[in-house]
Design a binder for this molecule. Structure first.
Ligand code: MEV
Length: 329
């Protein structure tokens, strides 16, 4: 048996626009998915998951999601999670030149599913790393990032950027623009995350933005403006003294534009305003949107306290930048 873990992430700036070639800056956070992989004596796959903000589930199948049986928890999210794991295992089998291998896969995660914190990328990255090591092959984080991106691209039917998977594989703060993925220096930031207990469907949300972009020139313009915010944000992050106020203001702008593109939601907006009213430097949704998490910057305890008493917020926690990407456990 081998185990690997990989971090989740928040987007400081740039989700959705990154799908259309604009830059984005996601940051890995100290919340991880851990995947244990053991080779089986037959060619089937057994996936067990715990702590995915769902009841645990176990599923055994051979030959892909179509063959799924015994799902104990009926859920679109569980099916999606299995789709990612199955595809990640197929990549690992190709990398390990083991077309007839079978595996027991056990996933434990402190990243809620589909909530904007990069749970699927973390699970895919950790699964590829653990399964290839179980097959006796060492694969570099950059190569894992490339294969993990191919997994997301295929499962999300072409609606994925390299941002989530690269950030999870390498850790730290990264800049992603098209195929170009670069680690960037970033200061420690006082990150507060509010979670509404819900989730969004990334594929549907990305498709909704695409429809607006194709239908309205100003929606296309909003995507370009998000790119401008990211470029401005990068300049700020590169300065010796980083101004939280200025970073926060850019996050507020970014949230407004995401909202205009239809990917926010009532509970996300309520949490964003609770954070701002409590004195956060800035707040925005993170990830695909629809439901899930917001990210705010506040060194004081006020934003956490305000979110804790906001009915729309199910849980609130601090996160730190995680400089480590995928690692053996
Ligand atoms: C989802 O975490 C982020 C999106 O930009 C999609 C992607 O980049 O693949 C919405």
């Amino acid at each position: 048996m081998v185990a690997s873990s990989a971090p989740g992430k928040v987007y400081l700036f740039g989700e959705h626009a990154v799908v259309y070639g604009e830059p984005a800056v996601p940051c890995a956070i100290d919340k991880r998915a851990t995947v244990e992989v053991t080779e089986r004596s037959d060619d089937s796959l057994r996936v067990e998951a715990r702590d995915l903000s769902l009841d645990g589930f176990t599923v055994e199948f051979a030959g892909g999601v179509a063959g799924v049986s015994d799902i104990e928890v009926e859920s679109e999210l569980v099916e999606a999670a299995i789709g990612y794991v199955d595809e990640a295992i197929q990549h690992a089998m190709r990398l390990g030149d083991a077309p007839d291998a079978g595996f027991d896969v056990s996933i434990a995660s402190d990243i809620p599913l589909g909530a904007g914190l990069g749970s699927s990328a973390a699970v895919v990255v950790a699964t590829i790393d653990a399964a290839t090591r179980e097959l006796g092959v060492e694969v570099s984080p950059d190569e894992i990032a490339e294969h993990a991106f191919a997994v997301e691209y295929s499962v999300q039917e072409g609606q994925a950027s390299r941002a989530d998977t690269f950030c999870s594989a390498t850790g730290g703060s990264v800049r992603v623009e098209g195929d170009d993925c670069t680690p960037i220096a970033s200061p420690e930031l006082p990150i507060v995350i509010g979670y509404d207990g819900g989730s969004g469907n990334t594929g549907e949300l990305v498709a909704g933005v695409r429809e607006l972009k194709e239908g309205y020139e100003f929606a296309d313009g909003a995507i370009g403006l998000i790119g401008d915010i990211v470029r401005e944000g990068e300049t700020l992050l590169g300065q010796e003294e980083v101004s939280l106020e200025s970073l926060g203001q850019l996050m507020d702008f970014n949230h407004g534009l995401l909202s205009a593109l239809g990917v926010s939601g009532r509970s996300l907006d309520v949490m964003v305003w609770a954070a701002r009213n409590a004195g956060a430097a800035g707040a925005k949704l993170t990830g695909a949107g629809g439901g899930g998490c917001i990210v705010a910057l506040d060194a004081s305890a006020e934003t956490e306290q305000a979110l804790r008493i906001t009915p729309e917020c199910e849980s609130v926690f601090r996160a730190e930048l995680d400089h480590e990407g995928v690692r053996a456990e």
